[in-house]
Design a protein around this ligand. Structure first.
Ligand SMILES: [Zn+2]
Length: 459
């Protein structure tokens, strides 16, 4: 059923893409987009999943997963959710299965949705907290300089301010998570792992820690050699990976990411526990999923590099790169969270920076001057405005957006019309998106534009 739906959606995407309305690959009919997103919601319905005799995974208590491993005289927690309120609820659910004290906590990486609830697991005692020696390197440094705008883009990407009737999900996490206490329960790690394959016995449970740079440089995965359970952190979840986040991130080294996932596959896990979305309990599917995931990332990288070396710019390559046929329809590679075109652009910029090699773009026209010349080309500002309205009427939303972004600069243009067309075009695109960050961003931005929250510059 799920596969049939997905195939249908992809064929629809192809039809739309060929119809001349410049639709992006994650655009389908509105009802199909909603069905796909509703289907994806099953990946994070709140529940505790028993994945082995002594291993329990709490899914859907916040955006990410938290897990409990039960040992002889205590339990071990892998990842702690974003804040103490959600973490306490997950802990309460775990207590149905074991009331032993928490002996250790493991952070798979330093993203806030995995570390901010640790205090809720420390009600009796001070467990050791394991992380990599690089812990915290993921989002630091100069990124903080642009936190004001990253904050706004984060709100849009996750649809944090969308009214309930516009919310769907966040790709690999539910909408509407409890976030007001984010980070309040964070506790610094006490044991920093720098040795790949570091072995520990905690509460009688054998564990191995492997360094796995990918989504973040400070990631690790945890392997239970006896139970053959692998905790992947955020280098694997059920969606094409978010190789770039539109909230704004530094370059994520995708080759490392692909390599780390390939390494996981060599362990042939019986159970694969992702950082987000449901655990995979079928050993054959788990191994294949890891192999395919690694190959998908590697393929996007290789195709991008090939395009770069053929002298193509990011706009062209982003429209050309596709996942190989045998990977496209895999349920864990549908573009609910990351997208291939965004990955291409990130790889391009990560390897070469902003310049596309074309001397035309060395010093492009100032936006107002370009808009003036575009209006002249169209036969005047009014004609440009008419073209914009016609594009909207034909559901050619992307073109309507691009023309509204010309009209907005023109003193003799109807800026209110341009704003209104932009709002409607964004809602048209949003309704058709099954990529959750794109959808949330389109809809959030439309609401901001309509309410007048955005400045001149943004509009
Ligand atoms: Zn996460």
């Amino acid at each position: 059923m799920k596969k049939a739906l997905t195939t249908l959606a992809l064929s629809l995407a192809v039809v739309l893409a060929m119809s001349g309305t410049s639709a992006a690959r994650t655009q389908v009919e509105p009802q199909t987009a909603l069905k796909m997103l509703n289907n994806q919601n099953r990946q994070f319905e709140q529940q505790v999943v028993k994945v082995a005799d002594n291993v329990f995974v709490a899914v859907g208590f916040h955006g990410a997963n938290t897990s409990m491993i039960v040992g002889d005289n205590g339990v071990i927690i892998v990842d702690t959710l974003k804040g103490p309120a959600s973490a306490a609820k997950a802990m309460q659910a775990f207590r149905e299965y074991s009331d032993k004290p928490v002996k250790a906590i493991i952070y798979t990486h330093s993203h806030g949705d995995h570390i901010g609830g640790a205090a809720a697991f420390m009600e009796n005692g001070t467990p050791e907290i394991y992380a990599t020696a690089d812990f915290g390197s993921a989002e630091g440094g100069i990124n903080k300089d642009v936190n004001p705008v990253k904050g706004k883009r984060n709100v849009r990407q996750f649809g944090r301010k969308l009214p309930p009737d516009q919310q769907t999900n966040r790709g690999v996490a539910p909408a509407g998570t409890h976030d007001t206490d984010g980070g309040n329960g964070f506790v610094l790690p006490t044991i920093l792992v720098s040795e790949d394959g570091y072995k520990a016995v905690i509460a009688g449970v054998e564990l191995e820690f492997y360094l796995s740079p990918g989504e973040t440089d400070d990631a690790l995965f945890v392997w239970m050699p006896n139970e053959k359970v692998l905790f992947a952190g955020d280098n694997f979840y059920s969606s094409f990976p978010n190789l770039y986040a539109i909230r704004g991130t530094a370059y994520r080294d995708v080759l490392n990411w692909s390599g780390s996932v390939a390494k996981m596959a060599t362990f042939k896990p019986q159970v694969l526990v992702p950082g987000h979305t449901m655990p995979i309990l079928d050993p054959a599917i788990a191994e294949t999923a890891l192999q395919n995931y690694s190959e998908a990332i590697r393929s996007v990288y290789d195709q991008t590099v090939k395009g770069i070396n053929a002298g193509k710019g990011p706009d062209q390559i982003a429209h050309e790169v596709e996942l190989p046929a045998h990977l496209k329809d895999q349920p864990y590679l549908i573009e609910f969270y990351g997208t291939v075109p965004h990955a291409v652009r990130a790889i391009y910029a990560g390897l070469l920076g902003w310049y596309d090699g074309n001397p035309t773009t060395l010093n492009p026209l100032e936006p107002r001057l370009k808009a003036r010349k575009m209006a002249e080309l169209a036969g005047g500002t009014q004609k440009l405005a008419d073209q914009m309205s016609t594009a909207l009427a034909k559901n050619d939303y992307q073109w309507a957006l691009e023309l509204s972004d010309q009209l907005k600069w023109l003193d003799d243009g109807d800026r209110e019309l341009a704003r209104s067309v932009k709002v409607q075009a964004l809602r048209g695109l949003g309704a058709r998106e099954y990529n959750a960050p794109n959808r949330n961003y389109y809809l959030s931005y439309a609401n901001e534009l309509e309410s007048g929250e955005l400045s001149e510059v943004w509009f």
